[in-house]
Ligand binder design. Structure first.
Ligand code: IFM
Length: 453
């Protein structure tokens, strides 16, 4: 075991996203988003719920900022709802929508907390979807125009912009699996969409850089590090294909200018993507940092019966969170080492990491979420191990500050380090995990296992 050390200036924060916490889905001129439409269509969300009210952060943000302060956290990662800022296809800016984020940013700064905004965390305006959404190239200009408006309004107070949250998830879950908005199930569209998403990403990075030249710009990528099921070359190659499709497909084109080898028949896949002359050159961009969202790992075996990727995902032996995701702390260390190696020792943030666990208030009125404390301690320990190995990790954000609307799982899964009582006025209560994090940030010792694999 070794004692964890974090560099001076390391940023400790907590994260949320607009649709998951804000509520106020129709207030102050906000337009409809694809998540409003999706949740209002029966059968899409396990408990039939929506983010109409969610945690009501739109009205209660001063209370949430006070919670961050009480927890000693130095940064808040939140996202901006595009449909609040540009509610309809006229493209006109809704001043009241931007005013909300203005107030939130000022409240954070007044409390000594760094705002860490994300420009897109899945809640596409419905008017953009009606024009073809992420599958249609018109989204590239629309997203850049929105980004420009936001950055010009808030940019004087923002040091770090995150453009996308998890492009792989909103592309694949929304267009291939149909479990997220807009609910499509079409692998062909998914591939084409992935290319448009990448083009829009690069264009938005250029736009943000032009609007705020001194700001640091990055994006948050979901990453599911792949462990080959065996040392055999076929399993190792299958794990690499999984890595390519889930972890690198939205990063390599921007950083390395090429799509990684993800498909058994890569040429056939590429042919479906409508890559036009000049596209690959226009993907090239520069990030000031890469942000990683990590929860679990994937154990991957070769399976020729799966025609596209030739991959089968196996169950691992680790403990599960309430969502059924395997808990494997060494995976975050392995992931960071891989990203450090493959992308030239970049500045990194862990922008999401956390544990679904339903524990609520006990008879003593406190939330003893011991399994989340254990999860955080082990994962943060492995982050410290990667720092000791020389990786340039600048900050860690717990997902999530609050229990919130967990997409297709509604309110059935809780990730918060703060309990939200959705039955009783959305009362907030700091959980044991929140107090544990506060103590760690204040300097409490943490040891990590440097032999985990
Ligand atoms: O709640 C989500 C978040 O919106 C994106 N990353 C994963 C989290 C947990 O599922």
């Amino acid at each position: 075991m070794r004692r964890a050390k974090f560099p001076a200036g390391f940023i400790w924060g907590a994260a949320t996203s607009a649709y998951q916490v804000e509520g106020a889905w129709q207030e102050d001129g906000k337009g409809e988003s694809i998540w409003d439409r999706f949740t209002h269509s029966p059968g899409n969300i396990v408990d039939g719920s929506s983010g109409d009210v969610a945690c009501d952060q739109y009205h209660r943000y001063p209370e949430d900022v006070a919670l961050l302060r009480e927890l000693g956290l130095r940064a808040y990662r939140f996202s901006i709802a595009w449909s609040r800022v540009v509610p309809d296809g006229s493209g006109a800016v809704n001043r009241a929508g931007l005013d909300y984020y203005d107030r939130l940013v000022d409240e954070l700064l007044a409390n000594g907390i760094e705002p860490f905004p994300t420009l897109f965390h899945w809640d596409l305006p419905q008017w953009v979807q009606d024009a073809g959404g992420w599958a249609d190239r018109s989204v590239i200009g629309a997203f850049a125009a929105y980004a420009d408006k936001v950055v010009r309004r808030l940019g004087d107070r923002i040091g770090t912009w995150t453009v996308f949250n998890e492009p792989e998830v909103f592309t694949t879950h929304g267009h291939q699996h149909g479990v997220h908005a807009p609910g499509l199930r079409d692998p062909g569209i998914t591939l084409r969409t992935s290319h448009v998403v990448n083009l829009a990403h690069a264009e938005a990075v250029r736009t943000v850089r032009a609007a705020a030249p001194k700001t640091r710009i990055g994006s948050a990528f979901n990453m599911d590090i792949a462990y080959p099921a065996s040392e055999g070359p076929r399993d190792v190659a299958a794990a690499e294909r999984h890595h390519a499709w889930v972890n690198a497909w939205y990063l390599d084109p921007l950083v390395h200018g090429r799509y990684p080898l993800a498909f058994l028949d890569q040429d056939a896949a590429i042919a479906q993507m409508d890559i036009r002359p000049g596209d690959m050159a226009s993907l090239a961009t520069t990030f000031d940092f890469i942000a990683l969202n990590m929860y679990s790992r994937a154990i991957i075996a070769h399976d020729p019966s799966e025609a596209r990727f030739g991959i089968r995902q196996l169950e691992g032996p680790g403990r599960r969170n309430s969502f059924g995701w395997e808990i494997w702390p060494a995976a975050i260390h392995r992931l960071v080492r891989r990203v450090d190696r493959d992308y030239g020792h970049p500045a990194l943030y862990i922008t999401e990491n956390g544990c679904a666990d339903a524990t609520g208030p006990g008879p003593d009125g406190r939330v003893h979420d011991a399994s989340r404390v254990d999860y955080l301690a082990r994962h943060i320990g492995q982050v410290a191990r990667a720092i000791d190995d020389g990786c340039d990790i600048r900050g860690y954000f717990a997902w999530s500050l609050l229990d919130n609307f967990e997409w297709a799982a509604g309110y059935s899964q809780r990730f918060g380090i703060v309990w939200v009582d959705f039955e009783d006025g959305r009362r907030r209560l700091i959980k044991d995990s929140g107090w544990w994090l506060r103590d760690l940030v204040a300097g409490a010792p943490l040891d990590y296992d440097d032999a985990l694999d």
